[in-house]
Design a protein around this ligand. Structure first.
Ligand code: NI
Length: 138
């Protein structure tokens, strides 16, 4: 089913419009509408995270699996949060380093708590939380 499209006019200072057009070229948007849709969706996703709604996200971790207890701690925490974990992928990057990608879905605060708990483990060198959406509100 195709969504109904609506049109509306936007008034901007010329300088702001010029800067927006530069951004559109840099980010390879095909037109202003596509760029604006993307910006609106980003704001809506941020709002959902801000008000503690249902979200989806991806946590990435980089760690040295030789580091004492790191594997046990990463696993223990994931068991504590198994209700909001959809899947986990473990990639052996090289002899020492592992990449773990954890797909999550749940309340924003819980997903944030999980990301904080994992990235603060001793031996985790880098952790990120990609904040995204369940797709319903965008
Ligand atoms: Ni590994």
């Amino acid at each position: 089913m195709k969504a109904e499209l609506v049109r509306f006019g936007v008034s901007l200072e010329k300088q702001l419009r010029d800067n927006f057009d530069t951004l559109i070229r840099e980010r390879k948007y095909t037109n202003r509408s596509e760029a604006l849709r993307d910006l609106i969706r980003r704001a809506l996703v941020q709002r959902t995270w801000g008000k503690g709604g249902d979200v989806a996200g991806a946590i990435t971790l980089i760690y040295d699996h030789h580091h004492r207890d790191v594997l046990t701690n990463v696993t223990d925490i994931q068991h504590d949060f198994q209700k909001i974990i959809v899947s986990t992928q473990h990639i052996h990057l090289d002899h020492n380093n592992c990449l773990e990608i954890i797909a999550t879905r749940g309340k924003a605060e819980e997903v944030q708590q999980l990301a904080d708990a994992l990235t603060s483990i001793k031996g985790v060198r880098h952790g990120t939380l990609g904040m995204s959406s369940t797709g319903r509100e965008i």
